[in-house]
Design a protein around this ligand. Structure first.
Ligand code: GDP
Ligand code: MG
Length: 392
């Protein structure tokens, strides 16, 4: 491919120059009107493929019939076609390999599950209860490794008598999960400035509104709201509606300096809630931008909002990537839409962060529940929200 820049007084003049030099198959990549010393001119960038670089070649083709001009365009595109065909073969090959890889992983997981079950069943007459628990945990989305660990703990640390009754066994398992989750609830200091981060659509704005209502009407606190989610069309509208209904002040922040100013202006507020835009965590600049923004104020509580209907591995990856901003807590949303609560255990365990709230519906403010390790362990093991009012 040969690329060349042209200057001309008009587009027509430029086109003529390009056609003359690069031939009829040249492609115009850009054209701009610019100001020069001698007035305005058009800058045009044009390209042509190498296979028709020689002028004599072009002139030969020009001289021949229209049949040859078709041949010429074939000549131009031939190398691209070959490359496209090779790429197609490569993509199909990669896809096939990915499918096989996927199937192999699934097969390995099934085999491991089977071996785990066999291992559990070797152990005396409580084995059928233990393997039932193991199977239950896997079916509610707890990872195979965690399910196995819990069952091993049951097997090794409890007496035959403890393990004889299935419901009793389940209760003990719930206790193991509760104690494990509780280890992440140490040294908690509630902060005045509270932010919400997480993927797009995970429920940041809705959860912020639910909490604002709780602080305002329940705790009678003075609230201010800030949002950095200002560049998506309609993003601030949703929050403005909530703020207006509750009569709360809302400030939009576009730059880091405005963030500092707004925090100062809300200096008298009991609580400041900060909404942020959601983007894919694969966008490194987005996470770095958030990290940079939070350097403005040393004590900002950062809540990672995770939609529990997402797949477990995906949530773990999100929790890992957002680790860059050193979030304090996790809030799980959309429990009303989820089939399995098991991943909650794995994510808390992976992230090592406490969970103080879960949300279970779109209604603001009611679909929010305050939770602790006990309630979470019950939710996970029973895999249902039925005992909504029980808190711990
Ligand atoms: N079913 C259900 N929907 C929710 C919940 N929380 C938020 N949503 C919905 O999820 C969508 C995205 O929520 P939004 O707060 O705008 O997400 P954001 O992009 O993270 O700010 C909206 O339609 C919300 O109503 C929840 O707990 N359950
Ligand atoms: Mg939002």
């Amino acid at each position: 491919m040969q690329i060349k820049r042209y200057e001309a007084l008009s587009i027509n003049e430029g086109m003529a120059k390009i056609k003359d030099e690069l031939g009829p198959n040249a492609i115009i990549l850009s054209n701009k009107r610019l100001k020069g010393k001698r007035g305005s001119f058009v800058e045009m960038i044009a390209a042509r493929d190498k296979c028709c670089t020689s002028m004599s070649n072009l002139n030969n083709i020009k001289d021949k019939s229209s049949e040859l001009s078709i041949l010429n365009s074939d000549e131009v595109f031939f190398p691209f076609r070959t490359e496209i065909d090779q790429l197609k073969v490569l993509i199909m090959d990669t896809r096939k390999k990915a499918d096989i890889q996927c199937e192999l992983t699934e097969l390995k997981e099934t085999l491991n599950t089977l071996f785990d079950m066999l291992g559990i069943q070797k152990n005396g007459n409580v084995s059928s209860h233990l393997s039932k628990i193991y199977y239950h945990f896997i079916s509610i989305g707890i990872s195979r490794q965690s399910a196995f660990q819990i069952v091993e703990e049951l097997k090794n640390n409890y007496s035959q008598k403890d393990l004889e009754d299935y419901n009793n066994l389940l209760k003990i398992a719930e206790g193991i999960i509760e104690r494990s989750i509780a280890t992440f609830y140490k040294d908690i200091t509630k902060k005045r400035v509270i932010s919400f981060v997480g993927p797009a659509g995970s429920g940041k704005t809705t959860t912020l509104a639910k909490l604002a209502a709780q602080y305002l009407f329940g705790d009678k606190l003075d609230i201010g709201i800030l949002t950095t989610d200002t560049y998506r069309i309609g993003a601030t509208e949703q929050l403005r509606i909530y703020a207006d209904i509750m009569g709360l002040p809302l400030k939009l922040i576009c730059k880091k300096e405005e963030f500092k100013e707004s925090l100062d202006e809300f200096g008298e507020k009991d609580i400041i809630l900060i909404d942020t835009p959601g983007k894919s965590y694969r966008d490194e600049n987005y996470l770095l931008g958030l990290k940079e923004l939070f350097t403005v104020e040393s004590s900002i509580e950062k809540n990672l909002i995770l939609d529990i209907t997402a797949n477990r591995e995906n949530m773990i990856e999100t929790a890992e990537k957002f680790g860059i901003i050193d979030y304090d807590n996790i809030i799980f949303t959309k429990l009303d839409e989820a089939n399995n609560f098991g991943p909650i255990y794995n994510i808390i365990d992976y992230a090592g962060k406490p969970v103080f709230y879960i949300t279970n519906g779109q209604n603001v403010p009611q679909d929010l529940e305050e939770v602790g390790p006990g309630r979470l362990a019950r939710l996970i093991v029973k895999n249902t929200m039925v005992t909504m009012d029980s808190r711990s």
